[in-house]
Design a binder for this molecule. Structure first.
Ligand code: TTP
Ligand code: MG
Length: 397
């Protein structure tokens, strides 16, 4: 059951985040269909995001650049600048901290705030939402969408409903009327496959789902059935800040042609590690696990992961672990189509080693600061130098 005392949970999500930052920094892109993820001729590039103008043509995140170019031939195509998005993200999160210390950053452009107990500072929930939106606009000149509701699930659904520049409030007494007409796809955890399966059972909207008894849903879907049952009734007691929904941070590079040269592969791993490390620190997280993904020319894909006894957030740890796992996997040298590096086991708290060597972490942070100042081009580690143009697309998730 929902907690006795109604909570006031805010979900904030920036509008077409990477594309909006590009429009902010390059006024000539404003009002145009802008696609971030790679140049137009990038043969294996993937769309990170695109402006709302580009969405009118059907362009979406995750789509191959080549398909986006076909749908939107007059679009502007630019590669991503992750250091810059991380910098703007930090400014946004700092603004949110003015409102409450109970914040959970979910991704680079998204956060939950628990505003329970702060309601009396505002005339009503709408004014609270407008204040948050206008402070963000003042600080970074970008728009966001906000949902305010009694729990995280409802607040997240609400923030998505009137994008861009939306503000949707769900009061406790409005929960059923708000949820029932929505397609089941809007429920957290319902992806394409679950949607298809539910659709076969005649379940299209939340109203349809609510006709099913708990026992029947559990009999058919197990624990997931219980999840569906509770969310369909707007019940979600997850606290803000306790768990992070960000399970991992990773980046991968697809080569324009298959690469077997060890030095190129090693430099790619080094650069990916530095990029993952920068994003990890920008998000304010510490990690426990490093993982790599390797795809061979025949599309066979393998992954390897290693969990360390202590948390870390520095580039060196990521690089050393990733390279070690790569060398083990590459004992018999092969060619690669794609390499990915990532971290998982994320938490907002550091678990100290007994004799922590914090030097590597400090060096990484100094490099982040200088790179933020000089547009990401100022310092790279020696091991990253001399990247040829053989690598093309960078994907972040
Ligand atoms: P989202 O908040 O999912 O998307 P968005 O901010 O671009 O657009 P919306 O207005 O719908 O919120 O993701 C935030 C950023 O994360 C996005 O700008 C780019 C990046 N991203 C990727 O790189 N790949 C992806 O597949 C997705 C979904 C996002
Ligand atoms: Mg967004």
């Amino acid at each position: 059951m929902e907690q006795a005392r109604p909570r006031t949970i805010v979900h904030m999500d920036m509008d077409s985040f990477f594309a909006s930052v590009e429009m902010l920094d390059n006024p000539e892109y404003r009002g145009k269909p802008l696609i971030v993820g790679g140049r137009r001729d990038s043969p294996r590039g993937v769309v990170s995001t695109c402006s709302y103008e580009a969405r009118k043509y059907g362009v979406r995140s995750g789509m191959p650049i080549s398909e986006a170019a076909r749908l939107c031939p007059h679009g502007i195509f630019v590669p991503g600048r992750h250091w810059r998005y991380a910098e703007v993200s930090r400014q946004i999160m700092a603004v949110l901290e003015e409102f409450t210390p109970v914040i959970e950053q979910v991704s680079v452009d998204e956060a939950f705030l628990d505003m329970t107990g702060c309601e009396h500072f505002y005339a009503d929930a709408r004014e609270m939402g407008q204040k948050i939106k206008s402070r963000i606009r003042e600080a970074v000149s970008l728009t966001c969408s906000v949902g305010i509701a009694p729990n995280k699930f409802l607040a997240k659904v609400a923030s998505d409903l009137q994008k861009p520049d939306g503000l949707v409030i769900v009061r406790p007494e409005e929960v059923d009327a708000f949820l029932e007409p929505l397609p089941v796809r809007k429920i957290w955890g319902v992806g394409e496959r679950a949607e298809q399966e539910l659709s076969r059972l005649g379940i299209h909207t939340v109203r349809d789902l609510k006709k099913w008894k708990l026992d029947d849903l559990v009999a058919r879907f197990g624990a997931y059935g219980r999840h569906l049952y509770l969310l369909a009734r707007g019940i979600d007691e997850r606290p803000v800040g306790e768990e992070s929904e960000t399970k991992s941070i990773s980046r991968e590079t697809t080569f324009d042609y298959d690469i077997g040269d060890f030095e190129t592969l090693r430099r790619t791993i080094s650069e990916l590690s530095a990029s993952v490390g920068a994003r990890l620190r920008a998000a304010g997280f510490f990690a426990r696990t490093v993982h790599i993904k390797l795809r061979y020319p025949d599309f066979t894909t393998i992954t390897r992961a290693h969990t360390l006894p202590v948390t870390f957030c520095d580039d060196d740890t990521i690089y050393e672990e990733a390279l070690r796992m790569f060398m083990e996997a590459n004992a018999t040298p092969r060619k690669y189509r794609l390499i990915g590096v990532g971290v998982a086991g994320l938490s907002a708290v550091r678990q100290q080693a007994l004799f922590a060597d914090s030097r590597s972490e400090e060096i990484s942070k100094v490099m982040d600061r200088i790179n933020a100042k000089f547009q990401g081009k100022a310092i790279v580690k020696g091991r990253n130098l001399d990247l040829g143009d053989r690598r093309r697309k960078d994907a972040a998730e």
